[in-house]
Design a protein around this ligand. Structure first.
Ligand code: AMP
Ligand code: ZN
Length: 462
């Protein structure tokens, strides 16, 4: 069966074909680790996870890379304002590397709890400074760059198809250019490849480069350099949230293709946003939630995953506590129903092959997860013999990742708790007692306790 995915480049559903049989190369824009990933961010990563699972279910071999942005992402996406990481470290008066570590750990804990598989390769931006410098040098040699007081910039007027991904009205932007943060910029769409620390600015993260002593990479160059270093010059799929289309991904294409002369990405996969009570999540509205907020209220993290899957990844999705409760109830009922011997409909004549086709058809139509869930419900309610039902749903759950066969009575230790226990063990190994204590409290908040025994940590219900 053919797999169709919506491609932002071309704005249509297209049949997915990898460049080579050896494996589908997927690069995913990862988190900026200056704060906790919120449930909006997590929606994007669950959508990515479904994409990867569907590719594998279709028999493709997949190689996945995700970056961790631990430097260079400025408060304003258009190279304005302070570095988000430096700002967080300054405000909290802590070491920047500790901030990066703390929130990276939280990211793996939260994504693990949501059954998101870890990528094959994880790249921290700060580990890839050399290839980033080489890429900027290459662009410099090819005449795409110019220098201003605050950095090395990419001249977008020199790249023929600049803005195609987002259908940007580049000329309109030129004419209507507002007062720019950097008046030395030749075009409003030009962006920083490499930045210089401001005079008197004390950065915790900076490197010497061919362009100066106290400098650091621009956010966009990071993704291009890491993607090409790990996957080669042409990728099959690149993912991210929709707000990356007009700036971050537009700039990634320009600088990568200007450097290599090759098409950078075949399929652009973009997730739409999660809203809260119909509004954008923002600190001022106090409507940003993280996974722990849900766990403290007793929700199963997979109820959140179920909630995400009930909508199409290209639609906006509105989060309310009521909707999450609905998802929790639906998931509990579904798990119960699956294990019941005689289905409600009493129809045992359904053909397994037809059901499998229906399930795959839904997913292969640009990941129609709500339709796929409807097929699961149909089977759960059907009169299929229990053994067949369980076999089928076990197979499908490899794609959905909802632990549909989980038995509530068994009270397994949730992944979220296990991840905290692992982090606590690491903190204890490094003699970070305060951190270990904080983690113990977090474990307790989730209703579990960690005891240290000679055989390691024993975890039990409080
Ligand atoms: P960041 O850590 O800010 O770089 O964002 C991580 C990922 O989350 C990016 O791919 C964003 O596009 C995505 N994202 C940010 N806000 C939302 C939201 N409200 N809903 C869904 N995805 C989001
Ligand atoms: Zn990126």
């Amino acid at each position: 069966m053919k797999l169709y995915l919506y491609n932002t480049q071309g704005k249509s559903k297209q049949e997915f074909k990898p460049q080579s049989k050896s494996g589908v190369k997927v690069y995913m824009c990862g988190p900026t680790v200056y704060w906790y990933p919120h449930i909006g961010n997590l929606r994007t990563y669950v959508n990515n996870d479904i994409l990867l699972r569907v590719l594998r279910y279709n028999g493709f071999k997949v190689k996945t890379v995700m970056n961790i942005t631990d430097v260079g992402h400025l408060v304003g996406d258009r190279d304005m304002g302070e570095d988000k990481m430096e700002k967080a470290a300054r405000e909290k008066k802590v070491n920047i590397w500790d901030i990066a570590k703390k929130y990276t750990n939280y990211f793996w804990y939260a994504t693990g709890a949501l059954n998101i598989k870890k990528p094959d390769i994880v790249c921290k931006a700060t580990d890839y400074i050399k290839p980033m410098i080489s890429l900027v040098e290459k662009l410099e040699q090819k005449g795409y760059t110019y220098k201003t007081k605050d950095g090395i910039y990419f001249d977008t007027s020199k790249f023929k198809d600049y803005g195609k991904l987002a259908s940007l009205d580049v000329e309109g932007l030129q004419e209507g250019a507002r007062v720019e943060a950097n008046p030395e910029k030749k075009n409003p769409t030009d962006f920083a490849l490499w930045k210089f620390a401001k005079k008197g600015e004390q950065r915790q993260m900076e490197w010497s480069s061919p362009w100066g002593q106290h400098s650091f990479p621009g956010w966009h160059i990071e993704c291009s350099a890491m993607a090409m270093e790990t996957l080669g010059e042409s990728l099959d799929i690149h993912t991210g949230g929709i707000e990356h289309i007009p700036v971050h991904h537009t700039n990634e294409i320009a600088q990568s293709e200007a450097a290599t002369g090759k098409k950078f990405v075949n399929f652009w996969f973009h997730s739409n946003h999660l809203l809260v009570d119909g509004r954008k999540m923002s600190k001022s509205l106090k409507n940003i939630f993280i996974l722990d907020d849900l766990l403290k209220k007793g929700f199963d993290p997979l109820a959140l995953r179920y909630f995400y899957l009930s909508a199409h990844y290209r639609s906006k999705l509105n989060f309310t506590w009521k909707a999450l409760s609905g998802a929790q109830k639906a998931l509990d009922n579904l798990r119960k129903l699956i294990k019941e011997e005689a289905g409600l409909l009493g129809d045992s004549n359904i053909k397994i092959k037809e059901l499998k086709d229906k399930f795959l058809e839904a997913l292969n139509d640009d990941l129609n997860t709500s339709q796929a869930l409807a097929v699961v419900w149909e089977v759960a309610k059907s009169g299929l013999p229990l053994e067949k039902k369980l076999t089928l749903i076990k197979e499908w759950d490899q794609v959905l990742g909802l632990d549909l066969l989980k038995d509530k009575k068994q009270e397994e230790v949730p992944v979220a708790v296990l991840n905290l226990v692992k982090q606590r063990e690491e903190a204890r190994k490094n003699k970070q007692w305060q951190e270990a204590d904080k983690l113990r409290k977090k474990i307790e908040e989730l209703g579990w306790q960690a005891e240290d025994t000679s055989k390691g940590t024993k975890v039990s219900k409080l």
